[in-house]
Design a binder for this molecule. Structure first.
Ligand code: ADP
Ligand code: MG
Length: 425
């Protein structure tokens, strides 16, 4: 992966630089930004490019645009406004942040052409183009060529979409003259590759979440790498059912039973399944903790004995990967296991800990500074670990011989520190 061109391999001054970020921030119902975490994560590459005199054009999607009426609540204008405030704090002066309501056409071209060095142009939500036969999400080549034709250089810094082939990350990279990875993406790959290349042992993975069918591939790969796989959340019940245990009315996936049984028979010594359960009945909504799930009850969290069992494995581990909540954590009465494990991870004296997944990242957000790495990409981090080719990475220009730096990560660390010291959170 490090044969890809990196940000510090490419001169940016006076160039029209199209930068794909993941600015897909969660919004409040009034349209304001709920959390600007994704904007903050994108700042190192943005600041790097502005410091070097790029004419910087930012592309990002925001939510899903299916019909004309979605456009009103999914405009990236709020993000451009927030970015303007943050850049002023960082540079201690006004940085021009323009906004283009046009995602294609002559007005966009005009806006790009009139951009000056060290100025920013934020394009409207790239998924507005989806109203034209899903041009963005289906990687329409006419759209991708149009964007590529406006750019001298393309930077992919949107790790969260690297597992998808859209016009704004894959198509544009295919048609532009030169492309490279952004600092956030380079950092993500470096952190995740520790897990696949050189994990300190014991290495354990904790897997939960709802849909096992999405996770079978990564489970299989992880089982080859780890010493133990601790299974909780909705996916545990498919394993339990597959090995013949009663799971009552708990969530499971019929179509994944065979695969789960196969994994269990191959890796029986590594897979740690729950031994007690927080059960409920939708009729009475009473809660009981039981060692086995009776036929009429639904288990929505793992119980205290399982939490203790998981803790003992966690404390002896040197490398830990966690994806997926261990229960129906949106309801406080079923969030106990997820919160307890988050706390144990935060207090771990020494392990290298990586969290992947939107819901799992939300569950540890209180302890974010105590976790080695929280991935900005849920699906992307799982597909990377699974060993799949990520189209958003594979389409970026290659780097050869002396034109390539070893890495640009020192820039990422320095900029991140500088940015966090300047912006008002
Ligand atoms: P991530 O975003 O971290 O990858 P997932 O999206 O796979 O995680 O799964 C998150 C969802 O799984 C949450 O909405 C959570 O409520 C649900 N979940 C976890 N355990 C259970 C359970 N036992 N029963 C029902 N839902 C569960
Ligand atoms: Mg999720």
């Amino acid at each position: 992966m490090l044969t890809k061109k990196k940000l510090c391999d490419v001169p940016l001054s006076n160039k029209k630089v199209f930068l794909r970020c993941d600015l897909n921030v969660p919004l409040n119902s009034d349209g304001s930004i709920l959390s600007s975490g994704r904007i903050i994560s994108s700042l190192p590459t943005i600041v790097y490019a502005l410091e070097r005199g790029a004419k910087l054009v930012l592309l990002s999607h925001l939510g899903r645009v299916k019909q004309e009426s979605d456009k009103k609540r999914l405009s990236l204008r709020v993000v451009a406004d927030d970015l303007r405030v943050k850049l002023k704090q960082i540079f201690e002066k006004d940085v021009p942040v323009h906004f283009s309501p046009f995602t294609s056409g002559p007005k966009l071209k005009e806006a790009v052409e009139s951009l000056q060095n060290s100025e920013v142009l934020v394009l409207e939500n790239t998924r507005f183009e989806d109203l034209n036969n899903k041009a963005e999400s289906k990687n329409n080549s006419v759209l991708a060529k149009e964007w590529a034709g406006l750019a001298d250089i393309f930077i992919n810094d949107a790790f969260g979409t690297t597992h998808r082939a859209h016009a704004s990350n894959v198509g544009i990279a295919e048609f532009v003259n030169q492309s490279c990875l952004g600092l956030l993406v380079e950092h993500e790959i470096q952190q995740l590759s520790v897990l696949t290349n050189s994990p300190k042992k014991p290495f354990i993975a904790i897997m939960g979440g709802a849909k096992i069918s999405d996770k079978l591939g990564v489970l299989e790969r992880l089982l080859k790498l780890v010493d133990r796989l601790l299974v909780g959340g909705g996916i545990a019940y498919t394993f339990l059912k597959a090995i013949g245990q009663e799971i009552g009315k708990s969530l499971y996936d019929k179509n994944s039973l065979e695969s789960a049984a196969k994994l269990y028979s191959e890796y029986r010594d590594k897979i740690v399944l729950p031994v007690d359960f927080v059960c409920t009945s939708s009729a009475t909504s009473s809660i009981e903790v039981l060692d086995t799930i009776p036929p009429h009850l639904d288990s929505l969290d793992i119980g205290p004995k399982t939490i203790a069992l998981f803790e003992s494995h966690i404390l002896s581990a040197k490398t830990i990967f966690w994806n997926g909540p261990l229960g129906y954590y949106e309801k406080p009465e079923f969030a106990v296991a997820t919160e307890s494990v988050a706390k144990v991870l935060a207090d771990h004296p020494s392990a290298y800990i990586v969290i992947g997944g939107g819901d799992s990242a939300a569950a540890v957000s209180k302890f974010a500074d105590k976790i080695s790495h929280i991935s900005t990409g849920g699906g992307a981090s799982l597909e990377y670990l699974e060993g799949k080719l990520l189209p958003g990475l594979s389409t970026v220009s290659e780097c050869f011989g002396e034109e390539c730096s070893r890495d640009c990560l020192q820039e990422w660390y320095n900029l991140k520190k500088h940015i966090l010291s300047k912006i008002v959170l």
